[in-house]
Ligand binder design. Sequence first.
Ligand code: ADP
Length: 653
Amino acid sequence: MLDGVGHGVVAVDREWRLSFVNAWMERVLGRSRQELLGRELWTEFPTLRTSSFGDVYRRAMRDGVEVVHEDFVPSSNAWFESRASPSATGLILFIRDVTERRRAAQALSESEARFRNMADNAPVMLWVSDETGACLWLNRQWHDYTGQSEQAGLGLGWLDSVHPEDRERTAEAFLGSNVSREPFRVEYRIRSRHGEYRWAIDAASPRLGSSGEFLGYIGTVTDIHERKRSEERLAFMSEASRILAESLDYEATLAHATELAVPTLGEWCMLDILEEGGGIKRVKVSCVDPTLDALVRDTVRFPPAVTGHPRHSPSRALVEGRAILVEDAGDDYKQQAAFGPEHLAHMRAIGFQSVMSVPLVARGRTLGVLTFLAIAPGRRFTQADLETAEDLARRAALAVDNGRLYREAQQAVRVREEFLQVASHELKTPLTPLSLKLQMLARAAETFPRERFPRLPGDVEMMLQQVKRLSSLMDELLDISRINAGRFSLTLEVMDLCSLVRDTMGRFEPEVLRMGGRLVADVPDALVGVWDRQRLEQVMTNLLSNALKYGGGRPVQVRVWEEGGVACMVVRDEGIGISPEALPRIFEKFERAVSERHYGGLGLGLYITRQIVEALGGTIRAESVKDQGSSFTVELPLTPRPAGPGTPATGAR
Ligand code: ADP
């Protein structure tokens, strides 16, 4: 029976004589059973005597205990396992070739050693966890990076190196994944051995056994701090640019930018602004840590020295007009930068370890300085931080400059408007008596002998026309100053648009006749609505006078009709038209599409017209083809819509 087994069986009696050898053994030894039985083991196999197997057999025989032993046999170039079991007559030896098993085990331990070696030397941190989520192993990089001992990181100990604010989130990601068993990624801040928290990404994949069973995870932790910081800086800059562009109130804007800068550009940011008189004021200090509030208040006592200071970073930036970075602002820096003992104590109390200052320079003029302090443990400013700070300062200075220019421009506009108001009023005042005197002169002239004063009636008429024109220009200017000052108002009444249109056209008849043109009306009997009569007359007058002025002497058509509760009016001419580029501008203040040499005018008529139409809740638009004519369409609701914001209020003029 023992012949069929896949290993050797040999029996010896107490005198070491062979009493049994199975077929497997015969094959391995290359000797037959007949040859061996009754012979002494040690004589037949002399090398056995001195081998480790020999020792084991002797011990088993001597002590009567079973002994199992494994060793390499050079003559067979194989590993054997031998079990020596005492029997009633001696020993039974079971012998097995275990070369394959040995090689596999060796390969495994070699591969494990290789893995550890590789993992320890990998440029990233590595970890392995078990199926409960507990950490089994961390590579050397982890220990080097965090300063944590090998034992301390095991289990959930590694969480101690994670930023307290990120710990819960990270633990959740880890423990949750042991249920999902999916690959996962989590970003958290990890404390370096220098005490600085840096951003890292942890990417984990499930570990599966040979039959697919879940064994835990293997993961890598990569420092992504610089990438994260540059993303943060980018996001910060785009937010800062938005805020800086938002308002033209520069002090508020700068204060806002200072607030925004923490903590991206340091835990503390302060703004010093040069004053008109040459002094300097610390106008804003932002700090992330509320426990430093007292120091924040106190710091206004230590603005930069406008006369300069060889070491103090803000003073240097201000006077030298360039960015200053002090990466290591330890106690040496503080001692050298301090204005005096109180300032030194103040700086020590803040406890920053890095500082940078950037001047705010706009069009060659230094406006102030922004200073950033790094207070968080281990944080040091880098060149990249400085560049972001400079970028911020450039944009902030630009915002300040824009704000100042805007204020100056506003002031200039205000002065101009005041002037317009006074000038148009003052210039108009003498026109009324002048016009009256001219009318009297015209009447008197009729009694003068014609032959002596042949040109007088014509001259007086011409003067009256000119005074009228001057007066209407003054009216336009007065209207503009009223609109600008928000004093433009409407007087509403129930009125008929058609009779107003007919009357106004009638007033233009003499002029039309003189110019040899023609006015064509397509106006119904009546169209009643609630409007401002005088203002609508102004609209009509402006549109008609433009149509005649730019109409090239050809017919001008006026059409009025009603459509769904809206009164529509079109004034169409066949004159010079308006170029497509000029068309969108003509309703703006002072905008003109013709050269002033050929056509007089202030470019205000259509602007005022649009203001009136819109105040009545209506719209006006122009269509035109160059050299073929223009048409202006006004649409007015029959009753004004409720006034929206910015719409002039109705009431007394
Ligand atoms: P202006 O006092 O110059 O006429 P407006 O505000 O009334 O000012 O018109 C603005 C500009 O629009 C004019 O200078 C002219 O170039 C153009 N414009 C207005 N009406 C017409 C029209 N009917 N045909 C051609 N151009 C016109």
